[in-house]
Ligand binder design. Structure first.
Ligand code: NZQ
Ligand code: ZN
Length: 388
């Protein structure tokens, strides 16, 4: 196990009805709030009214920024920064999924910075401050509600980049599983794949002697698998939605489950290049990329893949080699993704090989990616080829 330090400052309020405790949380940080939300789901579900009423009753002024896109765009972030400056905003409240929260984070760090917030995403400037943010999560997937990361798309340049800072952790996040009852089936599936992928990126590691971390990862995977179809069959199954929600938050909250382990985020890097050009949902892209990445890299450490097959998928070893078990575990992953309705090829989105070179080039623009297996441009191209 490697040495590590860990600090996660986000307060979590979890459970049915926690969204009704919003005003008392907000008032600790500000009284002039930018309310950030997406394309309208919170209006349809009535959550917008619930939030607005509470804030109004607590004499908190609200300025609204709706219309944040899935795969949130830099143009929306710019709009938010301008609003914060012109309206003297002192707190940002994100109500939505990962895209809304990510946009709020980027707005928060962009406000005190004189240059273009995109500078942070291309490593041209360092984050030195931010407005405080809080969130009400409505979709279990990214973990953005309890981490310091954000992913923003620059649509004009067809670039999607992630960045992170300790300044971007939400001060608090409200996790009420009932708010996810209305998440459509396909977005629930995307979220499930995203949560599992976050665990994979940490679990497939070359670091040795990390039994606790490995079991933490396996327990999240098992819990997601056990609850996935329950939530899909019965969208208002509280226990299933609650378990998925907490799994999502734990899977990516500053690395809690894999402290002391080296991580490998190359599948995310490759997926971001696909959605940068084709604007497909993040979880759908991961469902296509991940099993192919697994196949491509498994020979670096077949024992870890064999452990995954046995402990997560209950595959019996029966004298089989690590390599055979590894392949069976990867097959089980693909089979599960397909069973819940996640895509398996780029062709499922009508995507051919036209942009493979460009995606491979962009994925390694700042150097080779990965640590389980370091990937250069040819490697990324080969993995994308497997995705066709
Ligand atoms: O926009 P609205 O109308 O709110 O609808 C959204 C959106 O269309 C809808 N939705 C959300 N909650 C709902 C709901 N519909 C009905 N009922 C509800 N309760 O779902 C759609 C997708 O929402 P989005 O926020 O885009 O999904 P997700 O949470 O999966 O976020 C995806 C984004 O997060 C980034 C991805 O790259 C992508 O841009 N990621 C962020 C990470 C982070 N900050 O740590 C890590 C992840 O790996 C990921 O890269
Ligand atoms: Zn993800």
């Amino acid at each position: 196990m490697n040495s590590f330090s860990f600090h996660n400052p986000t307060e979590i309020y979890f459970g049915e009805g926690t969204a009704d405790q919003l005003a008392e949380k907000v008032i600790r940080y500000g009284s002039n709030v930018l309310l950030v939300y997406g394309g309208g789901s919170i209006k349809r579900t009535g959550l917008h009214d619930r939030v607005a009423k509470q804030l109004q009753e607590a004499d908190i002024r609200v300025v609204e920024l709706g219309g944040i896109e899935p795969n949130p765009r830099l143009t929306s972030v710019h709009k938010g920064i301008e609003l914060c400056r012109s309206e003297g905003i002192d707190f940002i409240l994100a109500v939505g999924g990962g895209s809304v929260i990510d946009a709020a984070k980027a707005i928060a760090v962009g406000v005190p910075y004189e240059g273009d917030v995109w500078d942070f995403l291309i490593h041209k400037a360092e984050i030195r401050g931010a407005l405080p943010i809080g969130t009400i999560l409505t979709l279990s997937a990214t973990g953005s509600e309890m981490n310091g990361s954000s992913v923003i798309s620059n649509w004009e340049e067809k670039q999607k980049r992630g960045f992170g800072s300790s300044y971007m952790y939400p001060r608090f996040s409200i996790l009420d599983p009932t708010l996810t009852f209305t998440v459509p089936r396909d977005q629930t599936v995307n979220g499930i794949v995203d949560i599992m992928s976050h665990v994979f990126e940490q679990y497939f590691s070359l670091t040795q002697e990390t039994p606790l971390q490995e079991r933490l990862c396996e327990s999240i995977l098992l819990t997601v698998i056990e609850n996935a179809e329950r939530a899909l069959d019965k969208p208002d199954d509280y226990a299933a939605r609650a378990n998925l929600m907490w799994c999502g938050t734990l899977a990516l909250n500053g690395g809690l489950i894999s402290l002391g382990m080296e991580n490998d985020w190359s599948s995310h890097g490759i997926e971001h290049e696909i959605s940068a050009i084709y604007d497909i949902p993040h979880g759908a892209g991961l469902s296509i990329v991940f099993p192919n990445w697994m196949k491509y890299v498994m020979d670096e450490r077949p024992d870890r893949f064999a452990q995954y097959a046995v402990r997560v998928w209950g595959i019996e070893s029966n004298g089989r080699s690590d390599r055979e078990l590894a392949l069976a575990g990867i097959e089980a992953t693909r089979h599960f993704f397909t069973r819940i309705g996640a895509p398996s090829t780029l062709a499922d989105f009508g995507i051919g090989d036209e942009q493979l070179d460009r995606m491979a080039y962009e994925a390694v623009r700042f150097g080779p990616i990965g640590s389980f297996k370091m990937l250069n441009q040819e490697d990324v191209r080969a993995i994308l080829q497997l995705c066709l």
